[in-house]
Write a protein that binds this ligand. Structure first.
Ligand code: TXA
Ligand code: MG
Length: 331
């Protein structure tokens, strides 16, 4: 049985921190998505995350800490790397940015998947920060979903797919809705490994040049998580469609996930429909916030075919577009 703990009750947060220190597995809210946490320096505890999530062992985990000071103990940096890490932390922490740097020897291989580097972040969520402060240890946490499924943005989503979790700390719905930006600072030029809501332009203002791995192959070699199918809702068929092909691919028995204005347009032209329709706002931040919850609702709806409308190719949509394409098997 998974214990349900309340994020707004200090005793419950303390209980969650104690469980973590004892090597137990605790799901907890962050500003991005819920994480599946374990004591990050306890190899046996970290191994349980891989079992519960059914995560491939070649996919490294992020460590979560309460401050830059704690993060610096987990890395083995040159002076130049350290300066960049500090600049990023000053600008974006606490927040949805994971920094990858060479790992200190205290970080177990099971966390780094043997890569020699480790991703660390300080989350911007009151409950997460209170948990991390009380736990007093770095907390390894991938997103708290079964490997390959959409990331959870509520405690209910976690309980929907995972068994064997010792406790879930409930902090309501998450604010950002997409996983953190992952930035590799161990290279000559800082390199974006996973786009997130902290975009390339914002990073470039702090760091100067920021590279984006140009080929999918290069990205997969640098960030093993990208090799695996991700964010896929459990429906028989999930297809990406642009706005214009939606009309022809559309039948009243196909579920739709579309932008608000497209939904209005379809309803006007085609009238009421049998299958569920999810609409998301046409601003990337608001779309990001609602995306995974829409996928989970569509899974529950009984629909078996889903069409997802493509989103704009512009820079502010980069992270959303990445997740939409992966969820539909297009990336
Ligand atoms: O927002 C988030 O980052 C959430 C919350 C819980 O913090 N966590 C999360 O973790 O999304 P996860 O494990 O689902 O995704 C981590 C990504 C994976 O794509 C992984 O391959 C990459 O970060 N990653 C982690 N450590 C890495 C490293 N040392 N080198 C390259 N990529 C790394
Ligand atoms: Mg994940």
């Amino acid at each position: 049985m998974t214990r349900r703990l309340r994020g707004d009750h200090p005793d419950d947060v303390e209980a969650a921190a104690t469980l973590l220190r004892e090597g137990k597995i605790v799901a907890f809210p962050t500003e991005t998505v819920y994480g599946l946490g374990a004591h990050g320096l306890d190899e046996a505890a970290v191994r349980r995350i891989f079992v519960v999530k059914r995560r491939p062992p070649d996919n490294p985990l992020i460590l979560h800490v309460a401050s830059l000071e704690h993060a610096l103990r987990l890395w083995r940096t040159t002076r130049a790397m350290r300066a960049r890490a500090e600049a990023c932390a000053l600008a974006f922490w606490p927040g949805p940015l994971t920094l990858v740097l060479p790992a200190a020897s205290i970080v177990p291989d099971v966390v780094t998947a043997g890569l020699g580097s480790v991703g660390v972040r300080v989350p911007r969520h009151e409950v997460a920060l209170s948990l991390l402060t009380r736990a007093g240890v770095p907390v390894a946490a991938p997103s708290a979903n079964l490997s390959g499924r959409p990331s959870p943005t509520s405690a209910e989503h976690v309980l929907r797919t995972l068994v064997g979790v010792d406790a879930v700390l409930d902090g309501g719905e998450t604010e950002v809705g997409l996983e953190s930006t992952v930035l590799d600072l161990s290279r000559e030029v800082p390199t974006l490994l996973r786009p997130g809501m902290i975009g390339r332009d914002a990073l470039a203002r702090v760091l100067g040049d920021v590279a984006v791995l140009s080929s999918t192959k290069a990205a997969q070699a640098a960030s093993p998580g990208l090799r695996h199918r991700h964010y896929a809702p459990a429906l028989t068929e999930v297809t990406l469609a642009d706005r214009h092909s939606l009309g022809s691919a559309w039948t009243s028995t196909v579920a739709l996930l579309v932008l608000e204005e497209t939904a209005r347009d379809l309803e006007q032209r085609l009238g009421p429909r049998e299958a569920p329709l999810e609409r998301l706002p046409s601003r990337p931040e608001a779309y990001a916030r609602g995306f995974y919850a829409s996928l989970y609702r569509l899974e529950e709806s009984g629909a078996d075919r889903l069409l997802v409308e493509d989103v704009p190719a512009s820079e502010p949509w980069r992270a959303v577009r990445d997740r939409v394409h992966r969820a539909t098997g297009c990336a």
